[in-house]
Write a protein that binds this ligand. Structure first.
Ligand code: DAH
Length: 369
């Protein structure tokens, strides 16, 4: 009996050594030590033995059991180590390989132009202000001296919120139609003097090739004790020369009307024909030249200054408002405004700007190609 078992154990150990996979080892374990395994069956016979037999057979069978499970554990460890070796060898990471190229986003022309304007105006001592896109009709219209009967207040021009969405003071809420309400908010919050620009989204119920329901404006506001139209003209000239990166920018100030300025001027910029293209620059009255309307501005109406809580006897200033999308189209040569907001990757890849190329006055405010 004893030698039989020794032989079986020797066979088992031999087979273990020849087994190269963990499932084979498991099969051998079940065969010997499983519930129905031969060694387990043998252990069950211990219960029927006399104490003398048990003293001899007990330790002997326990010893056999220990030898087999030890051998199983050892073989498992060897195989697991080999498997680890194999994976370490095959799954190496080569740190010398070039990194996979990650697609880089680009800066949208609207953001680019806003950054350029912020840079230019920062140099002139202007800070950047913002206001809510969901405005109330007092800031958007009333405080800007736009009468109840002003056509811009009509439903077909303006996106209104419902009657139930009035604010605490009972004002009608709307998507702001221009950045001009930021003038009111700035004067009320910070008082004078003021030198700011306010870039942002504005909304009008309007849609065709040159109008989109949402577009972008930049508002400018300067309030101080002795500001006059000359300051306005110089500021606009300096800004447009820096923005278009041309010294020959010529402006024409045309008398106009805005409820929130008095006097009001519409500002045209001279252009000239260059190979069939309109290039900004030069006197618009010269032969082959012309004028292009660019922005609205004027001296802030005394009533607006009063609405905003300042004393118009002490404080005066100028304001202007300009379409950012239009500036981008003129400078970078895009012709369909709607493409700005389609989110077409190909358009963005073509017209977008490198995020690493920050506009600076010393390095050239316009992005390099
Ligand atoms: N808010 C005007 C608009 O949206 C633009 C404008 C004109 C703004 C004259 C001004 C200004 O600040 O003085 O059409």
């Amino acid at each position: 009996m004893t030698s039989d078992h020794e032989q079986t154990i020797a066979d088992t150990l031999k087979r273990l050594h020849r087994t190269d996979d963990l499932s084979g080892i498991e099969a051998i374990r079940v065969e010997a030590l499983g519930k129905q395994g031969w060694l387990n069956q043998l252990m069950k016979t211990l219960g029927k033995m006399s104490p003398e037999e048990l003293q001899v057979e007990g330790p002997r069978l326990q010893g056999m059991r220990a030898r087999i499970s030890e051998a199983i554990d050892d073989r498992k460890a060897v195989l697991e180590a080999a498997e680890l070796e194999r994976r370490l060898a095959s799954e190496v990471i080569d740190l010398t390989l070039p990194a996979p190229e990650t697609p880089m986003g680009s800066v949208h022309p609207v953001s680019q132009v806003m950054d350029e304007l912020a840079e230019i105006f920062a140099d002139l001592g202007f800070s950047v202000a913002t206001g809510p896109e969901i405005e109330d009709d007092w800031h958007n219209f009333t405080a800007l001296n736009m009468a109840e009967t002003h056509p811009a207040r009509a439903m077909h021009d303006t996106f209104y919120f419902g009657e139930q969405d009035r604010d605490a003071e009972g004002n009608r809420m709307l998507l702001r139609t221009h950045t001009s309400p930021v003038q009111i908010r700035a004067m009320m919050e910070n008082g004078a003097p003021i030198r700011l620009i306010a870039p942002g989204r504005v909304y009008r119920s309007d849609s065709d090739a040159t109008h989109t329901p949402m577009f972008h404006q930049i508002e400018g506001l300067v309030i101080d004790r002795d500001i006059h139209l000359g300051h306005l003209k110089w500021t606009l000239e300096t800004f447009l020369k820096a923005f278009f990166e041309r010294d020959d920018i010529v402006l024409r100030l045309r008398p106009s009307y805005f409820p929130f300025t008095e006097p009001s001027v519409e500002v045209d910029v001279g252009w000239q024909d260059v190979d069939g293209r309109r290039a900004l620059g030069g006197d618009g009255d010269a032969p082959g030249h012309g004028w292009m309307e660019l922005l609205g501005s004027g001296m802030v109406n005394a009533r607006v200054i009063e609405f905003a809580g300042l004393d118009p006897e002490q404080w005066q200033g100028f304001a202007f408002g300009v379409g950012v999308d239009r500036l981008a189209m003129l400078k970078y040569g895009m012709d369909d405004l709607r493409a700005f907001f389609d989110g077409d990757q190909r358009w963005l890849a073509h017209y977008g700007f490198s995020p690493f190329d920050q506009p600076t006055l010393s390095g050239g405010v316009g992005a390099r190609a």
